[in-house]
Write a protein that binds this ligand. Sequence first.
Ligand code: ATP
Ligand code: MG
Length: 554
Amino acid sequence: MADVEHRPTNFIRQIIDADLASGKHAAVQTRFPPEPNGFLHIGHAKSICLNFGIAADYQGQCNLRFDDTNPEKENIDFVNSIQQDVNWLGFQWNGEVRYSSDYFDALHDFAVELISKGLAYVCFLNAEQMREYRGNLTQPGKNSPTRDTSVEENLALFAKMRAGGFKEGECSLRAKIDMSSSFICMRDPVIYRVKFAHHHQTGDKWCIYPMYDFTHCISDALEGITHSLCTLEFQDNRRLYDWILDNISIACHPQQIEFSRLNLEYAVMSKRKLQTLVEQKVVTGWDDPRMPTIAGLRRRGYTPAAIREFAKRIGVTKQDNVIEMSALEACIREDLDAAAPRAMAVLDPLKVTITNYPADGIEWLDAPNHPKDDSMGSRKLPFAAVVYIDRADFREEANKKYKRLVLGSDVRLRNAYVIHADEVVKDADGNIVELKCSYLPETLGENPADGRKVRGVIHWVAASNAIPAEFRVYDRLFSVANPAAEEDFLTVINPQSLVVKHGVAEPSLATAVAEQAYQFEREGYYCADRDSASDKLVFNRTVGLRDSWGNSEE
Ligand code: ATP
Ligand code: MG
């Protein structure tokens, strides 16, 4: 058995440990089975980290299998994006990508086997009748009128279904189990339906498609999966999973184990809802940085390591729960605090003219890339007579608690000199358009010699070398913690979920490439967006410096 002592254990690992100890299994084989009907989200990341993580820790294998039984809702773009996201998260599947549709022939033959054993029949009830016949939690179901048709007749009818002899919805193949089972899913579930749909893998070969419950367990068994991990909503379906495998000729019988889904505050996680956000153009696409998708988080500046760390911290249990957004944000903040070089960018520029500095002078100051990590080196920062500071960093009047620039007092420009605010220039409407300041030449790395009090340190960018930049300041997409509980989740979109600011960035940022992360001093963690062009940089705010939604710093 692999050494897994350093990993937090959980109930699934305990089951696996016992299975390996008892000799039930010699090795672990898991799978991640997404349906290619949308992009993967952070909930899937939990499942990916669990399945691939367990396989890795026990020196087993994890398959990537597309559960592709719904051709109308699926497409090849989703197939591709899912593979990319799994790889990006740092995982590699065992061998080739697999598809449930690889097994359509085998599935068909198992269906024929069930019919031959008198355990499946073709049913002609329509959807509404089927619901009515199914009964409910307090009432048993009623038998379909064709439940007791002969094996021969059912074989012929199923062959006709397969040959295109029936219209969609006209009939279906149902497992013959128990119409009065306390588990509704056992009341003769449909296992095959007629669907004249083109399939992204099998083309027009089939006009009947197997249902998820029938497909999933058989696909698991065909791949020799030992532990089939899924979310809690499949708890009842475990009966069906086991029933199907017990009633067909297949040696392997994986164990289905359920765990709780990840739910995140201020986010929706169902692919249908995410699709609606894309279709209604509430967001710019599946990879909009506000989406809880892997692609969105990636574009937002999340790293694979931060997402894996998040999955580790939330753990795996059977309790339904909702995780606070701050738990996810803490993971990326910790990662970036250590890894992201510091840089300066001014989101809302206010012009500062340093009147005692040579008008066309420029000097290149050294600025460390990381305050705690010398190995990250330093960069050259131009200082000149005109610099920009952020509007929020200046006040004409303020008390002692205000640690920024105030008229008549002093502040340090990060990595540069102390400046003194002498004069405010206003336009006709009284708006501040410029500050006139003087700098203290002896204050590079030194406190003012005259002992004067410097209020604090602010960030800045020299105007002569500033690069225009767009800053996309992202916030939570929803204004309520549980948008899925709303009648219409589109009514609780946070109007401030994206605020675009146009400002300037220091020249070293000119070479920023997409997804590259920085800490913009005093502003937060940002990463370059792929929308950046040579004449205009675009940065996405990944996360603020502190967990302070709505609270201003200092
Ligand atoms: P959705 O409801 O968003 O459509 P799904 O469960 O239908 O999600 P699948 O593509 O079928 O999506 O999921 C692939 C795997 O990921 C499944 O094993 C599923 O249980 C798991 N998974 C999906 N959502 C979550 C989640 N929120 N937390 C943990 N695992 C999840
Ligand atoms: Mg699903």
